[in-house]
Design a protein around this ligand. Structure first.
Ligand code: ADP
Length: 192
């Protein structure tokens, strides 16, 4: 199964992707996690990305594509993946299609976790307290939500028009949302 998970910051993508990974036995590729690992390692790429991320802006398409190409060159992505955090703008959506086409692959579904803005802000405030992520401060949260509306929402529209989009209600318990995703991708009875 090749999945693209879409949703605003705080929509629960990361949490659900981690569960899907175990259930579907495919790697979870989170561009946010990949970038945070670069920042933590203090690599040249990480040094470049750090300030941009803390501000809540998007890291350059070029850096993202390079990172993604490297990740997709690894064998474990051959039979499936859950992509989380990419694409975040229309140029990235085109780049993803091209990257996958080059590998002779297509994704099976783009799943959007839908959560309204008020709840997103509430969840991100809670996460700021619990995890202390550098980009969960109020200013950066506002910026990330704005970037999402301006740049990522068009990707969702694009997939909708292509008939590739599945929308899942992201409000409810972790188990409820997980069950909805499985149903939406037709995997409810696939594994164990
Ligand atoms: P969230 O979805 O909560 O914003 P992520 O972990 O997905 O968190 O991303 C954190 C930050 O990493 C983003 O705000 C952005 O700066 C950077 N980032 C992640 N994915 C991308 C991407 N595809 N393009 C550009 N920047 C990205």
């Amino acid at each position: 199964m090749r999945l693209v998970l879409l949703g605003a910051p705080g929509s629960g993508k990361g949490t659900q992707a981690a569960r899907l990974k175990t259930y579907l036995r495919v790697p979870h590729i989170s561009t946010g996690d990949l970038l945070r690992a670069e920042v933590a390692a203090g690599s040249p790429l990480g040094l470049q990305a750090k300030e941009v991320m803390a501000r809540g802006d998007l890291v350059s398409d070029e850096i993202l594509l390079g990172m993604l190409k490297e990740r997709f060159s690894r064998e474990d992505t051959r039979d499936g993946f859950i992509l989380d955090g990419y694409p975040r703008n229309l140029a990235q959506a085109a780049a993803l299609d091209e990257l996958l086409a080059g590998l002779g692959q297509k994704f099976d579904a783009a799943v959007q976790l839908e959560v309204d803005n008020e709840l997103l802000i509430e969840r991100l405030a809670g996460r700021a307290q619990a995890e202390g992520r550098a980009d969960d401060n109020p200013e950066s949260v506002r910026k990330r939500l704005r970037v999402y509306d301006e740049q990522t929402a068009p990707v969702i529209e694009f997939y909708r028009q292509q008939g590739q989009l599945t929308v899942v209600d992201g409000v409810g318990s972790l188990d409820e949302v997980f069950a909805r995703i499985l149903e939406a991708i037709g995997a409810g009875r696939e594994v164990g």
